[in-house]
Design a protein around this ligand. Structure first.
Ligand SMILES: [Zn+2]
Length: 369
């Protein structure tokens, strides 16, 4: 399912909004229309109040977009491509093609976003102070503008501070890792940064018990983010320099889509492979992939009647032979498939499965230790 839609392009980067963002467009205007501190609760006209609140919401998310563009701009200077920027429920994500391994690059890319937020915050605050001189006359248009400036300044400063919390997945976690990575191997640096992040999350969670449920939720989000980052770093370091070619099975057996499950099982025992590309019995075109997992749900008594085409996975993804093993893993999780067909110069040369990848991660990881 497509969960985000593209709304435009900036610096050549596709800008997308995630469906959860639609909730923001409803929720935030309601909050701002009824909040006296950040919003416009004191504006008498209801329609004006909501119009102002919606405008503030859009302006704030433009600031989030600028924050992400800050990261992206510096990343692009280091030659790292940005696939897209997606606005989600609680912020934005700039999808970088790779996580920079050079500590200086990671440091600068990570700090760029918060610096953009800080700059916007300070500039808006100064403008707010400047406008305050004229506000004595109480012209409503000026007071609305100054309310905008104040809210944008305030929220951008919070954004700046929040993102500098030294824990993954916040920018501060990356800054911390980059700082350590300048002094020790990458994996060790990641582990240190992750542990500090987890400690932060635990302290935050405990404080949350006395203060607010929100703090507990954020703590939880940080804890999960930290663990994910550690896993990602371990896998990407382990798979470094390994290509799909090194892991794939190059002997492929094709099966026709009208084969019965019992015939397929016989083939599996004979060939000892677990994944098979399926071809249409008439056209010979690849129409799916069938694995042992797909047939496990079929009751034994039905094995003679059920055909491969009824249980196979219909989405087939292809990957070039010289692609990095890490890219194969990413592709599997993005496309939610367990197998990829490997291509070289237009012809299929092999098949690679998630099991092939996880097994080699285990073996290589073991060797490293
Ligand atoms: Zn950021």
């Amino acid at each position: 399912m497509k969960t985000s839609i593209q709304i435009g392009k900036v610096m050549g980067i596709p800008i997308k909004i995630h469906i959860s963002f639609l909730l923001v467009l409803v929720l935030f205007p309601v909050i701002f229309a009824n909040d006296a501190v950040f919003g416009f609760a004191d504006v008498a006209s209801t329609s004006l109040r909501y119009a102002l609140a919606l405008t503030l919401t859009i302006l704030l998310f433009s600031c989030v977009l600028l924050h992400e563009l800050g990261h992206s701009w510096v990343a692009m200077k280091y030659g790292i491509g940005i696939r897209s920027i997606t606005l989600i429920l609680l912020g934005g994500i700039a999808a970088m093609e790779e996580v920079p391994r050079d500590p200086r690059a990671e440091m600068r890319i990570s700090i760029a976003g918060p610096l953009v937020s800080l700059t916007i915050g300070v500039l808006c605050y100064l403008a707010y102070l400047g406008l305050g001189i004229y506000d004595i006359v109480q012209i409503s248009a000026i007071s609305h503008i100054s309310r905008f400036l104040w809210s944008i300044a305030y929220i951008n400063i919070i954004l700046f501070a929040f993102n500098l919390i030294p824990a993954f997945p916040m920018d501060g976690g990356r800054v911390l890792r980059a700082w350590y990575a300048g002094r020790m191997p990458y994996l060790q640096a990641t582990r240190k940064a992750v542990n500090i992040g987890k400690m932060f999350a635990i302290v935050m969670g405990v404080l949350g018990l006395f203060a607010s449920i929100w703090l507990i939720l954020i703590a939880f989000f940080i804890y999960i983010g930290a663990s994910e980052e550690k896993k990602y770093a371990e896998v990407s370091v382990t798979l470094e320099g390994i290509s799909v070619r090194d892991l794939m099975t190059s002997e492929i057996a094709y099966v026709q889509d009208n084969l019965s499950i019992s015939e397929l099982l016989r083939l599996m025992f004979e060939k000892k492979h677990l994944g098979y590309p399926v071809v249409d019995q008439f056209t010979g075109k690849i129409v799916g992939i069938v694995t042992f997992t797909d047939i496990r749900s079929v009751p034994m008594s039905e094995h003679g009647n059920v055909l491969v085409r009824e249980v196979m996975a219909n989405n087939v993804s292809f990957i070039p032979e010289d692609a990095d093993a890490m890219d194969a893993l990413k592709m599997m999780s993005v496309e939610n498939v367990g197998q990829l067909l490997v291509q070289d110069k237009g012809s299929i040369t092999g098949i690679v499965s998630r099991t092939d990848l996880t097994r080699s991660i285990e073996v290589l990881g073991y060797r490293e230790r």
